[in-house]
Structures are given as structure tokens and as C-alpha cells.
Design a protein around this ligand. Sequence first.
Ligand code: SAM
Length: 314
Amino acid sequence: KSWTAEDEAIIATNTDATECKRCAVELGYWKDDYISLFIRHADRKAPEINRGYYARVRAMEMFIHQFLERCGTKCQIINLGCGYDTLYWRLKDTTQAVGNFIELDFPSVTSKKCHIIKRNKKLLQKITNEDGEVMIREGDLHSDGYHLLGCDLRCLAEVRRKLGAAGADARVPALVLAECVLVYLRPDAADALLRHLADTFPRLALVQYEQCNLGDKFGEVMVRNLAARGCVLVGERLCREPAAQAESLLALGFQHARAWDMEAVWRALPEDDRARVEALEMLDERELLLQLNLHYALTVASRGDMFADMDLNA
Ligand code: SAM
């Protein structure tokens, strides 16, 4: 399959995100022993970018922990557009390692991730079969409890096939992560994917982080930036307010959905966390950070009663 220039631009957004995360980790925003293994170098980013990434990573983590609290380790995580996310390894270092962890991204991203994993003992030793081996099949990495699969999320048939090959199990509670990913799919493709997941897993939680409120002046600039990154179609989806984003998930088959802009998420973080992070770097552009926060949203949607109470302050 050949990829368009737009696809290439989308694929490059992973490098961008990984660099930003590495930079923030180096500055002490949060701890991640693995991110530097995936990217050699990261230029220093502006303080508002670092702080934005902190809130993003912290918010995703908060809900991942809520999910795990509710279902223990007998569960599965499906990481859509995983890029070089290190969550699998970070969880392995806790008592919260999950039964099956499945990562999907374009083959050009997953093959590079696979290559990096294979040549790094620190990464590889946390991924093994009983015989100490990992298996590469059709370019995908399979092991007991970790699967890294090349797949175009716009192609539902491929997603289904890959999830099947990775042992995704409809009887087991599932957490789907979509961190800055669905924005790169056409709205109809994103909807079809979410509807499929909601149809498949009766006990499901989705945690999604992406742009919102893009209809205003500040949003216009973000839209231009997104277009340069291969996001061809900034539809109505991203112009919506967080509450409307949540509501649209109900229409796709989720039973509960809540969303907050990142300013609300930031204010809901424990005060000592915020104070620690605020002390790391001087922030001149307070107004810019506020605008950025108002244009990103965290959405949590679920099926089945066990996740109905997942909330910012739960
Ligand atoms: N989720 C990771 C994170 O937050 O660090 C990576 C985010 S990066 C901005 C977006 C990722 O989505 C990229 O790795 C890109 O390749 C992937 N992606 C976008 N569209 C995709 C598609 N149609 N199929 C598979 N992966 C896709």
C-alpha cells in the first residue's frame, strides 16, 4: 500500500508528540524511564507546551487508573494511533500491568517502534513469551500480553482483523485510548471506528484527548496548523464544545459520556501537583496557555455500569 503526502505528515505527528514528551520529562514534569529510548533528541519547547503536555499525560493517566481500579488486571487496553507511547512499560513497572495490551498505528510507525523495542533490552525484557521470545508475524509484534500492529484505522475490516489476531476478547473489559489520533481520520471514519468498538465490547471505556472549540479565531490558527500536519478535514466534530463531543458518543452507542476542556482538567488536578509543575518554569504567556487549554478536550465515554462513575473528581 502506498501512502500519500498527507499520510506522511500525519505519521510525522508522532515524532512531534514524542519529542514534546521527552522534553517535558527531561525538565521534570513527569517521570518516564522509557521515552528517551524512542527518540534521541528533543529541542526545548516553550513552557506552555510543556505544561499542556503535562496536563494531557496526567489526565490520560488519571482515567487509565480509574479504569484499572474498576476491573483489575483482567482487562485489555487498545491504544489507537499509539505512536511511541510508553504506557505499556510504565504499567509493567507498577502492579497494574494489564492482561492484554494492543497497540495500533500505521505500519511505518509500528515497524519503527518494533525495531526500537527489539534492539533495547530494557524494552524487550518486559515483552516476552513463556519461551523468552517475541514473534514477528506479517511485520506485527506478538507476545503474551503485548501486541504491536500496523494498521490503517480508516479501514474497519483491517482493524477487526488485527484486533482478532491480537486476541482482543469481547468478554473482557476494554479500555480504548485515543490520544490526539481521531482528529486525523475523516469524521465518518472516526465515527465508524468508534461505533464498531462500542458494538463489540459490552464493557468498554474510551478515553479521548483532542481539539475542540475550533470555530473561533484562536481555533482558526489551530486549524491551519492541523492542515499542515495532514489533517485534511477539520469537520464540525472539532468545532464542537466538549459537551457536544460527549453527546455525539452517546449517538455512536456509548451509554455514558462526559467531556471537559483542559482548563477544567487542569483545575481539577491536586493543588500540590499544580504547584510543583508551576514552579518548574516561568510562564510569561499565561493567556496563551489558557487559550490552548480551552481548545483541547478530554472525553470519557463508556458502556456497562462498571465505568459509569468515571469522573474528573472520582
Ligand atoms: N497517541 C500518541 C501520543 O499521544 O503520543 C501519538 C499521537 S500522534 C499526534 C498521532 C498518531 O496517530 C500518529 O502516530 C499517527 O501515525 C497515528 N494515526 C493517525 N491516523 C492514523 C490512521 N489512519 N491509522 C493508524 N494510525 C494513525
